[in-house]
Structure formats: C-alpha cells, structure tokens
Write a protein that binds this ligand. Structure first.
Ligand code: AKG
Ligand code: FE2
Length: 393
C-alpha cells in the first residue's frame, strides 16, 4: 500500500516533487478525508482548550489586533474564546498558526508530508466571516497549498514583483499591485496552489470561509551556499585563516579593500575545493534537521512500553526519520531532535519502507539474537517515536 501524504493532496505527485508548479492553479483534493475532520467545531474546540496566544492572530481592518485584547492576562497562556468570537462577529479573520503541532490528525499528516518532501511542512488555518476580506494583498516566501475545508472564498492573485523570494525577502509592500489579476473561487474540497512570491488576497463569499494552508518551504542553492558559509565557522585547521583579522582602518583605503577582496575570492575558491562533497552533504542535512524544530512524532507512553515482549509485532514509522547515515555496522538516524544509533539493518529497513511506501511489520525478536537487546532496541525505537505496535490485520 502506498500511503503517500502528498498523493492525498495532489494527483501529480512526481511533478510536485521534482519541479513545484510555477503558476497558480486550483483543483479538487483527491482525498478529502483529512479536510472533512477540520471544521468550525474543531476551531471551537481548540479555542475552548485555551490555545497558546502565540499561535493565534486576529486580523481586523488590515491590521493585527494586540494579543492583550484577547489573551488571558491572569495566566500567562491561553486565548479567551469569547473575546475571539467577538472579533469574528465584527468581521475579523482568525488565524491559527502551527496547526500541525496542536491538532493531532494534521500533526501526523504533516510529519508524513515533511518526510516525503524532505522539507518541514506546517499548516495554518484561516477563518473569515461571510462577505469579509481576510489578509490584505501580500506574497508569502514559501509556496502555499490552500485547502478549503468549509464555506468558500474568492481569491485574487497577481504575479510576483520579487521572483522566487528567499525566506529573508518577506513582503513589505502590501495592497493590490499594478497589472493583471487572476481569479479563483474555492469551495469545500477545493485546493489552490500559490507559488512563492505571488500576491494574493481573498474575500469570503455569502458564507463564512475556513481553509487550511500548508507551507511548502523551498530548498534552494542559495540555502546550500549559506550552509557552506556556516561551515567556515568549523574548527577545521584549513579554515582557520578565514578567521584572521583584516587590519582596522581598512575602510579608509579603497585599494586595500580591493586587495583583501581579491585574496578572499582566491582563498574561498581554494577552501571550496578542499571541502569533501560527502562531508558537505551530511553537514547540510544535519543543518536542515536542526532547522526543523522537531517533526511531529508519536511517542509511546510508558504503559505501552511495558507491554513489549519478544513476540510483539512492531511497525516502523519512516516519517519520523529525516536522514540516515551508515557507519560500519550501525545506522545513524537523524530525527530532528538529535541522532540515534541503531544496528545497520534498522536504517536499511526504514530506507526500504520509505522507497517503496510499504508498511512492513516484524517481531521484536528479529531485531537482535539476544532477547534482552532486542527488547531494549524495540523500546528505544518506540520511546523516540520511530516505531509503534503494529495494528492487527
Ligand atoms: O485567508 C486569508 O485572508 C489569507 C490567507 C493566506 O494568505 C494564505 O493562506 O496564504
Ligand atoms: Fe498568504
């Protein structure tokens, strides 16, 4: 069975993975089962649970409402559901960020999606009352996939003024731009792809609008260049000259500056040649992991761990592993919160499952010839959210 998360959103998954579409377009979600679970009731449930105020934004009359006007001042956390509804009644848009962290079904889904795309994907929800505009025209620095979960919204899109913006090139000039406008209308079950840099703004139709936006960060060569530069901070002896002083006062002597720059370009080229591609690849992936902030994982409770014995059937969760390296008989699994060392065959099994999309289950005793070690390994895998007890089929 192929359990691809991306395939639940788009039908042309290959195209999305190799070359994300550069033009906006709209389609019907292939598998809307996730979407149908996210409703106004879910929003209400989240609000009633005293959501962390840092995850909630209220946009009213094109501006952001101060958190102090809807957060519980007595305790340090928690939005006041009644205050939020009061703003919604006045026509404000409610934005809930980091949805994957706080709404479990989406957490699982985003974890899979992140693993398939090898970039961290998170989601945000937007609720706008009937007839009201949401956020003013802006572009996002990540490409976004909007999934309409209830009601409908009419969208206006305009081509980028900054082509392929980098994460640091956030939108500064809001409001409608000059030039052509594309229009889309999203109803329940529809999706809209907005490539990074495209301006957009939406107005709810005669009914309210609730949508979930998935953020698709891009992997760029620019990002790789940044990682290489960061690598120059490493302790390696060959890189030490990069840390030497340039004499103070150099700025007053343009010819001296030019000379420093010329030397630097040569040194830089030499250093680049010194770096081993394989070391660089591993460094870069580790760095990507540390940006991740931790994927969403299912950690096993201690009551579940207690039940594990040699005959327990387990299933690996490949999506909890972001990167695998092999070292002789071991595999190093990078999880986003650190690396874990296991026998090589565990890494190979995860890699195989990832490549084929197959769900393989196996008995704890197959992990190691020594029963105690097999149980220990199984428990560590479960504790770190890398395996769970297989569902009986
Ligand atoms: O719904 C809105 O008004 C804004 C949503 C948005 O900008 C987005 O989903 O990227
Ligand atoms: Fe946006």
């Amino acid at each position: 069975m192929n359990s691809s998360a991306l395939a639940r959103l788009v039908s042309e998954t290959g195209e999305f993975l190799t070359a994300p579409p550069e033009q906006p377009f709209s389609w019907k979600i292939p598998d809307a089962s996730l979407l149908s679970k996210f409703s106004l009731r879910s929003i209400d449930g989240l609000l009633q649970s005293g959501l962390d105020e840092n995850l909630v934004r209220i946009i009213y009359k094109n501006g952001r409402v101060a958190k102090s006007s809807y957060a519980n001042r007595a305790s340090s956390h928690g939005v006041l559901a009644e205050e939020v509804s009061r703003y919604l009644q006045r026509g404000a848009t409610l934005v809930i960020d980091e949805l994957a962290r706080i709404w479990a079904p989406l957490g699982d889904f985003c974890r899979r999606l992140s693993s398939e795309l090898s970039v961290p994907v998170d989601a945000t929800s937007f609720l706008t009352p009937a007839g009201k505009w949401g956020l003013d025209f802006h572009y996002d620095v990540h490409s976004v996939l909007l999934m309409q979960t209830s009601g409908s919204k009419r969208w206006r899109l305009q081509p980028p003024s900054v082509k392929n913006p980098l994460p640091s090139q956030v939108c500064k000039k809001h409001g409608q731009q000059e030039g052509e406008v594309m229009e889309f209308i999203l109803r329940e079950g529809d999706a809209l792809w907005i490539p990074r840099g495209w301006y957009h703004a939406g107005v709810a139709t005669e009914e309210h609008s609730l949508h979930v936006t998935f953020w698709f960060p891009h992997l760029t060569r620019y990002w790789i260049a940044q990682q290489i530069l960061k690598g120059f901070e490493l302790e390696a002896d060959e890189l030490l000259p990069m840390r030497d002083d340039i004499f103070w006062g150099v700025g007053f002597d343009p010819s001296a500056v030019e000379k420093v720059i010329r030397n630097f370009k040569n040194e830089f080229a030499d250093h680049l040649r010194l770096l081993k591609d394989s070391d660089l690849t591993n460094e870069i992936w580790r760095s990507r992991m540390s940006e991740f902030g931790g994927p969403h994982r299912k950690y096993a409770a201690s009551s579940v761990l207690e039940k594990v014995d040699v005959d327990t059937q387990l299933q690996l969760l490949p999506e909890a592993v972001l990167h695998i390296e092999y070292e002789k008989g071991d595999s190093l699994l990078y999880t986003g919160e650190g690396e874990l060392r296991f026998p090589r065959k565990i890494g190979e099994m995860i890699a195989r499952m990832r490549a084929t999309g197959a769900q393989i289950s196996w008995a704890v005793k197959d992990l190691d010839d020594r029963e105690m070690d097999a149980i220990k390994t199984a428990k560590i895998l479960m504790q770190f959210g890398l395996a769970e007890i297989a569902e009986e089929s």
